[in-house]
Design a protein around this ligand. Sequence first.
Ligand code: 5GP
Length: 218
Amino acid sequence: MIETIDIARRGIMLIVSSPSGAGKTTLTRNLLDQEENVSLSISVTTRERRASEIDKVHYHFISRRQFEIMRDGGELLEWAEVHGNYYGTPREPVERALEEGRDILFDIDWQGTQQLYEKMRSDVVSVFVLPPTAEELKARLERRAEDSPEIIARRLKNAAEEIPHWEEYDYVLVNRDLDKSFARLRGILTAERLKRVQKPDIQDFVDKLLIDLKKMTP
Ligand code: 5GP
């Protein structure tokens, strides 16, 4: 069976977007823990580091000046201003991963997603995660308790601006139940991996199969 043997393919760019508090971070962390061959694209940001975050693991925390130098030097594949801070995706690690056939996960917003669509649509698979209710979204932001009430209020307002972009995504998950949503996210990745086994490599596989079959028949 084709799916049980390794056939070389280009990596997938798996984008997961959602308003803050929809559960995206837990979903993506679980995916990184449980799936082989997926790594996280570590963005650069000018936002302040939260107490729970580690530099170079969650983000590369950099100054505005450093950000502008990277952006103007073409080192970012996409970038956006979110909640008053700059965020961007370093280009080089992504290009390397794709060429090596490794999948790469992006936790970026709709603005970044649009830029990646424009540049590399055939490599991208995009998923938008919605919260089950507005109350639950607010409760999740409050439970996180790392952000001030002003920041929480700003994130709620932004959620209302981000949510209408769900239509631009390949897949949408309503995150009522974390386990179910995670199973669905994994299912998306599995199906897309099978779909994207690149045709030239399958062709080689099928050619050999047919040659072997011919040898077996008089
Ligand atoms: P947070 O500050 O909560 O970590 O992230 C805020 C928002 O910025 C999230 O919606 C997240 O997906 C988005 N974001 C994080 N990194 C990037 C990036 O490199 N590019 C873009 N366009 N958005 C990002």
